[in-house]
Design a protein around this ligand. Sequence first.
Ligand SMILES: *Cc1c(COP(=O)(O)O)cnc(C)c1O
Length: 398
Amino acid sequence: MPGFEYFGAAERKSAGEVLETGVLMRYGFDGMRNGRWMAKEMEHALAKRMQTRYAHLVSSGTAALTVALASAGVGAGDEVIVPTFTFVASFEAVLSVGAIPVLCDIDDTLTLKPDAVLKAITPKTRVIMPVHMCGSMADLSALKQIAEAHDLILLEDACQAIGGSYKGQPLGSIGHMGCFSFDYVKTITCGEGGGLITNSETVYQKAHAFSDHGHDHIGTDRGAEGHPHLGYNYRIGEVNAAIGLVQLSRLDEFLAIQKTHYTRLRNSLDGISGITFRKVPEGGVENYSFLNFFMPDEASARKASKALGEAGFDGVFYWYDNNWHYHRKWEHLHQLKSLSSLPEELRTQFERRYPQSFEVSDHWMGRNLSVLIKLSWDETELESRCRTLSDVISKVLA
Ligand SMILES: *Cc1c(COP(=O)(O)O)cnc(C)c1O
């Protein structure tokens, strides 16, 4: 997955152009910037690649989710349905706008289970947020249908699946809004950065203003700009965008390498009975950032994870025990441990909606192993990984 593996001369040159002029900010300073508007250029390129009318860059993927929610008018009392398997950013963004994250079961797609989503809907629900974890997607047709039937916003977190597609459309472009992360370990990186895509003019106008203190960005004098509403600062800087612009131009090159590496590893598991692969919904194309499969039960998954580590196979994740990605270890969320007191209504509504068990999620996640696909493996390394993976898994299942 990591674009940082291929950080090179082109990225350095692009960042150097910004350092040359010294205009590190994305807005203003028209005369000094030598005609380069790195953030704007990357936004145009991102909208084009994702086939949406608009793209707006911000300082992180978490910021992109926050700005998306705020721009859709999501706030106090509103409920946002998020999966039990995700990154902590999902509920952080929801809480940051004063809304309630409502955890919901996943299925063998490793993201939202449509009939569990249906059950989680209340009159307070505003958003369904599928998170396309580990390179593949939710059953977007089913979720879209639910969203339409209940008049809800579909917000795709495509931070881990940039470049994947569903029925011919890029992931992120299918819901009302889609978000990407360009942090250091994502498929393409800005160092730190994030992006929001949408076809809605209204959402876009609110998003660029909200992420820059409410500035309307009309005219060429920042001091004279209007503030149609309150905002915050989630701006991206020009150096970050300059790097991302180059990385984005290499996205398809990275995806092709990931696909080759993924396919070889997957083929090495062919014919081993007892394992099954993560379900990719019909019409879906992964971005191949991870290879995900299920062992027959929790004990064999733990055993395989340990044995792979001992065999020197790094980059295998057993998310079931992971602090960042799975609900079981989110004690700070379970107990709403916030630095300062939260609004009483938020706490009450959260507590009312929260305590539940997630047996279906546990069933899948307890058996899941996730192999990170790297770009930098050469033929020798790839060959040796294929052999180790198939040997270890066969042995564990013997
Ligand atoms: C990385 C990630 C984010 C947040 O991105 P940052 O840029 O690190 O803030 C959000 N959601 C998912 C699924 C992610 O993997």
